[in-house]
Design a protein around this ligand. Structure first.
Ligand code: ADP
Ligand code: ASP
Ligand code: MG
Length: 409
């Protein structure tokens, strides 16, 4: 009997009717002879609503209490889904993360799963029940409730599939698979039948929120077959898989973008050893993550240093940079929080030259100025003004023929 883990995101459980729709899908999977674990998110908008409440009562809410609050969102959905399942004669039982011992570290708001004790879940499955587990939450070694970061229910599902040796982890969402780019930005985007773990990991980390990064990491590491599908219509979805030598790789498999970026520059810093370290240590001491970094070649013994951070950290980073800059005797600090990062991703890039220049020419032809460039083996990222996001994505989508099936495999 196959063991299937299904995960339904916020939109898929966004109303009582949608929860009933999910219940029918789950029942169908069980009636086909599978053992089924279902992981659900909070109903759409609920996590944001709860965060709003937190900031209404506290300017700097204690992370531990934020987790206690946020975990209630998923707790509502598991109970409702288990009720809806029992109502259609599909025996089901719901559990919070801590009830099934999803043990995490103590990093509130971004905890990592360390182990899962699946005995209780296996016992229920053995007795023919569907097990409904709250996504996005766990418990640390001291019994504190933790959460896994936005989009974390994907990771709960993959972790359960890995721990219990599930035959497939199915992520049901409001699109019918992984597309060449976000179909909300480029309607001509095409669903991919397969994408490699490596590419999916790049896409997720470059801003495609269809899967949480950690869920892809986990699935790759523990070899969990992972599929993204629609919760509203039947279809094959997208399988995330290992690179297949038989398969002719597309040059570019997708375009990711991140609207959540801001850029900071300090000009006229002394060109001396240790300067970059001083600038960035002050930033990381404040728990701010830095993404892209560019330092120019020195002129007149001084240089310019630019980096990007999450938009939410922009003001804090700017204040820190201003004080470091004056300590270093730098000329000026500049900031811009109206920028975005657009990236081309594809394992086929490894063996092809000229992708970067094609990318830059296509953007230039549309008069889009490139502010920063970053590359790795399978991606090229550019930072551009946010007003060009849609134009840049669509231009590159067409330039690299991503809408055409021929380029696909
Ligand atoms: P859920 O609530 O089910 O977890 P998310 O909103 O987290 O759903 O993820 C699904 C959304 O991801 C889609 O609605 C789509 O707008 C967005 N998305 C971004 N990039 C892609 C992509 N390359 N392919 C498919 N969807 C994408
Ligand atoms: N409810 C959480 C969020 O909105 C987790 C999830 O949906 O995966 O981020
Ligand atoms: Mg999600």
């Amino acid at each position: 009997m196959a063991l299937i883990v299904q995960k339904y995101g916020g939109t898929s459980v966004g109303s009582p009717e949608r929860i009933q729709n999910v219940a029918w899908r789950v029942k169908r999977c069980r009636d086909e002879g599978n053992r089924v674990i279902v992981v659900v998110s909070a109903m759409s908008g609920e996590t944001d609503r709860l965060l709003g409440l937190a900031s209404a009562v506290a300017s700097n809410a204690v992370p531990r209490e934020v987790d206690v609050l946020l975990s209630t969102g998923e707790q509502v959905t598991i109970a409702l889904l288990a009720m809806a399942l029992n109502d259609i004669d599909c025996p089901a039982v719901s559990y919070t993360g801590s009830q099934v011992h999803i043990r995490t570290d103590s990093a509130h708001n971004k905890a990592r799963i360390q182990e899962i004790d699946g005995d209780r879940v296996l016992g229920d499955l053995e007795e023919g029940r569907v097990v409904v587990v709250a996504g996005f939450q766990g418990v640390d070694e001291f019994g504190n409730i933790t959460t896994l970061g936005r989009g974390g229910s994907d990771t709960t599902a993959v972790a359960l599939a890995a721990a219990l040796k599930g035959d497939e982890c199915q992520i049901y969402t409001d699109v019918d698979g992984v597309y060449t780019t976000d179909p909300r930005v480029e309607p001509k985007a095409r669903r991919l039948d397969r994408i490699t773990f490596e590419e999916m990991l790049e896409m997720a980390s470059l801003g495609s929120k269809v899967l949480q990064i950690r869920s892809v990491e986990f699935a790759g590491k523990f070899n969990v077959p992972l599929r993204v599908l629609s919760s509203f219509e039947d279809g094959p979805g997208t399988l995330i898989t290992y690179e297949d030598a038989q398969m002719e790789q597309a040059l570019i498999s997708g375009i990711a973008f991140n609207r959540n970026e801001a850029k900071l520059t300090v000009t006229g810093v002394p060109d001396q050893p240790g300067v970059a370290a001083r600038i960035l240590t002050a930033i990381s001491d404040a728990n701010i993550e830095v993404d892209m970094i560019v330092q120019n070649v020195a002129q007149d013994a001084t240089t310019d240093f630019t980096f990007t951070v999450n938009r939410g950290d922009f003001k804090k980073a700017l204040a820190i940079l201003e004080s470091t800059a004056s300590a270093l005797g730098a000329r000026q600090v500049k900031g811009d929080d109206k920028i975005v990062k657009v990236s081309l991703v594809g394992v086929g890039m490894r063996s092809h030259a000229g992708i970067a220049s094609d990318m830059f020419s296509a953007l230039a032809a549309e008069n889009i100025n490139i502010q920063m460039i970053g590359t790795s083996e399978i991606k090229i990222s550019v930072v551009v003004d946010e007003k060009y996001l849609e134009l840049a994505v669509r231009t590159l989508h067409s330039k690299f023929g991503l809408a055409d099936e021929v380029n696909a495999e």
